[in-house]
Ligand binder design. Structure first.
Ligand SMILES: O=C(O)C(=O)C[C@]1(C(=O)O)C=C[C@@H](O)C=C1
Length: 314
């Protein structure tokens, strides 16, 4: 059975192992809730476990303030059985470089970490370890765990959160190595459809849009749907559909809840002009910033216009 409220979510998958930023997001969302945390090796695996009914929800990274959208998550949400976002969490990102005891910084030849983490420490690496080779891993904490495990890790230092270095018993050889000290990653709590959080006045909605045909002004026609109804977008990305060269869909976050009149009208407009609209949920914003409906686009304005039209028709 699909849980209906956040308190009914008892098993939640996340990008593991322990010590990832994803686990921090889940801890921050769960608070005192008695939630069983189920680590998964990758984002597609976490969403696969959710689609298979093995867990009630999944916490996955969706956007980073430095590196942008997390493609693995956006693509896994855009195709396959439908899933919806019911919440978001913002996690400040701090990285350390860690290694086995006794390894000096000058001896590091290869560094393992998640690709998004590497993108956020590139400047520091260029300045401090210009000759180090980058080895991609499935997560930051996974990089630390494999290094500490002493098995077949082909790198001698890992970039991860301070807690992952501690969990793995590794020594921190450089702290606070992120190029941008205010970096934040946004995580989405995803479930199977059936749960629609109530509007709070400070909500976001996520959709994936598939255009009917590739033609001049096609994207403008989609954007007009938002503009004329006063709906503010907070993220817009084009992603390849994978079907053919040049075939793209648009992944969009915008302010407001599907129950807000201007959002409902926008979605209907998009449905008319798109080949397909995938609704990925309406959920409370992590930063609590209320959406301002400009004059002429409030629920009351839409209701008054509808009443006026009804009167004309009667
Ligand atoms: O590897 C982790 O620790 C994650 O939680 C993944 C992830 C990401 O996908 O962006 C999350 C936050 C950091 O920006 C780096 C990596």
């Amino acid at each position: 059975m699909t849980p209906r409220t956040p308190d009914e979510l008892t098993r939640i998958a996340y990008l593991g192992p322990r010590g990832t930023f994803c686990e921090m997001a889940l801890n921050s969302w769960a608070g005192e809730r008695p939630v069983e945390r189920v680590p998964q090796p990758s984002v597609p695996a976490a969403l696969g476990a959710l689609r298979a009914g093995e867990v009630d929800a999944a916490m996955v990274p969706i956007e980073n303030s430095v590196e942008g959208g997390v493609s693995a998550t956006l693509d896994a949400l855009a195709s396959g059985d439908p899933l919806v976002i019911i919440g978001e969490v913002l996690v400040p990102i701090t990285f350390v470089l860690c290694a086995k005891d006794g390894m000096p910084l000058s001896s590091v030849r290869a560094v393992g970490t998640h690709s998004h983490a590497w993108a956020q420490v590139r400047g520091w690496m260029a300045a401090n370890l210009p000759d180090a080779v980058y080895v991609p891993t499935l997560s930051t904490a996974g990089a630390a765990e494999d290094l500490a495990g002493g098995g077949d890790a082909v790198y001698d230092a890992a970039v991860c959160a301070p807690v992952a270095a501690t969990n793995s018993g590794l020594s921190v050889i450089a702290s606070d190595i992120g190029d941008n000290k205010t970096a934040v990653t946004r995580f989405a709590l995803v479930t199977r459809p059936g749960t629609l959080p109530e509007p709070t006045g400070a909500d976001k909605t996520t959709v994936v849009l598939y255009q009917q045909t590739d033609r001049a002004g096609g994207l403008l026609e989609l954007l007009e749907q938002f503009a004329v109804r006063g709906v503010n977008m907070t993220r817009l990305e084009s992603r390849p559909t994978g079907e053919a060269m040049g075939s793209y869909c648009f992944s969009i976050d915008f302010e407001g809840h599907v129950r807000d009149a201007r959002v409902g009208e926008t979605l209907m407009g998009l449905r008319r002009v798109c080949a397909d609209v995938r609704f990925l949920g309406s959920y409370p914003r992590a930063d609590g910033a209320a959406a301002e409906a400009r004059e002429g686009t409030t629920d009351r304005d839409f209701a008054a216009a509808q009443a006026w039209l009804d009167a004309l028709r009667a």
